[in-house]
Design a protein around this ligand. Structure first.
Ligand code: OAD
Length: 245
């Protein structure tokens, strides 16, 4: 019987594509105050400034291209089919552009906007033209992003996936933001083996059965293409042969 793999990605997987992370050197929250740019209160107080920030970030995403790490995950989905689930904290669409079919964007999507009045989501919304109102009701729009203090999307589905996971893999995430930082514990409670690939030591690294420090694309290349093991056996091998760091 095939085993279920649940993957959680964070900003680190898109770093090679030129999209800034939040907490590494040069990360967005090292340069800007999230309180002024990424909260409902900030948007109510200064919508122009918040739109400017997201216009700049949307432009960066549109110009970026997926990297090998995104492509390797699309390969894994191809191999494992319905036994593969991808949850991302990223608001970019690089997973989809690498060929990923199903992605749970728990923190929203920067190519979309949402009506403040009727909550209808507009696909491919150009943030430069943010004065264009909701096509359904004429209401004002906001970026389709989960801001600090707001509830992430798809939490029921995510809990369902985690409860069925045989293996949980987190990639490129500092483990600083909840609830995502908690997923390793939920997966473990349901019996999953847990694995982390991150460039720096993540805040929650010790919670994983095996944590490896390195570049996402490099490690995944070993996992998928250079290994004599199948991808899931590769995890088993590492978990068995190395103690958690
Ligand atoms: P962070 O910026 O907190 O962490 C990114 C992690 O990626 C860092 O720990 C880096 O070491 C690692 N990293 C960088 N380059 C890498 C590479 N090439 N390969 C592997 N790892 C690499 O980003 P997140 O954990 O994703 O929320 O942040 C979580 C949330 O905080 C974001 O979704 C965002 C932010 O506030 C919202 O926008 C709602």
């Amino acid at each position: 019987m095939k085993r279920n793999l649940v993957v959680l990605t964070g900003a680190g997987i898109s770093a090679e594509s030129g999209i800034p992370t939040f907490r590494s050197n040069g990360g967005l929250w090292k340069q800007y105050r999230f309180e002024e740019l990424a909260t409902p209160e900030a948007f109510a107080a200064n919508p122009e400034l918040v739109w400017q920030f997201y216009q700049w970030r949307q432009k960066g995403v549109i110009e970026a291209k997926p990297n090998d790490a995104h492509r390797y995950l699309a390969d894994l989905e191809e191999i494992l089919g319905k036994h593969f689930h991808l949850i991302t904290q990223n608001v970019d669409d690089l997973h989809e552009r690498a060929g990923q079919k199903k992605v749970l964007h728990m923190h929203g999507e920067i190519r979309k906007a949402r009506c403040l009045r009727c909550h209808k989501v507009a696909e491919n919304y150009d943030y430069q033209k943010n004065s264009i109102p909701c096509l359904a009701c004429g209401g004002k729009m906001r970026p389709h992003i989960v801001w600090f203090g707001e509830m992430p999307f798809f939490m029921d589905k995510i809990h369902q996936c985690l409860s069925k996971a045989d293996l949980f893999l987190a990639i490129g995430t500092s483990g600083a933001v909840y609830p995502a930082a908690q997923f390793v514990h939920i997966a473990k409670e349901h019996g999953a083996k847990t694995f982390l690939i991150n460039l720096d030591a993540a805040n929650n690294a010790t919670a994983f059965d095996f944590a490896i420090q390195g570049d996402a694309a490099e490690i995944m290349a070993q996992m998928i293409h250079k290994s004599e093991y199948s991808p899931l056996d590769w995890f088993d091998y590492h978990i068995k042969n190395h103690s958690a760091r």
